[in-house]
Structures are given as structure tokens and as C-alpha cells.
Design a protein. Structure first.
Length: 95
């Protein structure tokens, strides 16, 4: 599994934060990037972590049954319609 575009942060309460994107992904306003928190003991169960776009990522865990988690945040109401349409098209194709 390649973690080239993911950063990890260990939380003192036993979680690992897996954040998608390079540090330059976020804007000065703090927008951009997405992440998933995983209990430290589940990190070895991660099969795949995929960047879908700057607002969405997927993680597959080797469990019984296998679990796929999608983390996403939608554009705000004030975003251009094209941005919203693109987001929901990406979400639909990811699901």
C-alpha cells in the first residue's frame, strides 16, 4: 500500500489520523483535504487508502466482512453548481 499522499497523526487517545493530500492541498482559509480516524489497533487491517478527490477518500479494512469507509464533505450551498454536481457525480461513482 502506498502512503505517498497521506499523513499520519497519532492522537493521545489511541487513534491514528489518516489525512489525504499534501500539506499544500488546504487553502489559506483552511479548506481542502479530508481524513479518517482509525483506532491504533486497526491500522494493520488497512488494505487500501484511496484519494478520490480533494473532498473525498476511501479506506478498505480487512475485517470479517471486509469494510470500506468513505469520508467526504460536500460543497456548501454557496459553491458554484458545477462544483456541487461534480462532487455528487464523484460520490455516486465511488459508492
Amino acid at each position: 500500500m502506498s502512503y505517498k499522499y497521506f499523513r499520519y497523526y497519532i492522537d493521545y487517545r489511541g487513534y491514528i489520523g489518516i489525512i489525504q493530500g499534501k500539506p499544500t492541498t488546504a487553502s489559506k482559509e483552511g479548506q481542502g483535504g479530508v481524513g479518517i480516524l482509525v483506532k491504533r489497533h486497526l491500522v494493520n487491517c488497512i488494505v487500501n487508502t484511496t484519494k478520490v478527490n480533494s473532498r473525498m477518500m476511501m479506506m478498505t479494512l480487512r475485517c470479517n466482512p471486509q469494510i470500506t469507509i468513505i469520508s467526504a464533505y460536500a460543497p456548501t450551498k454557496s459553491a458554484p453548481q458545477e462544483t456541487k454536481d461534480s462532487f455528487y457525480d464523484d460520490l455516486q461513482s465511488t459508492i
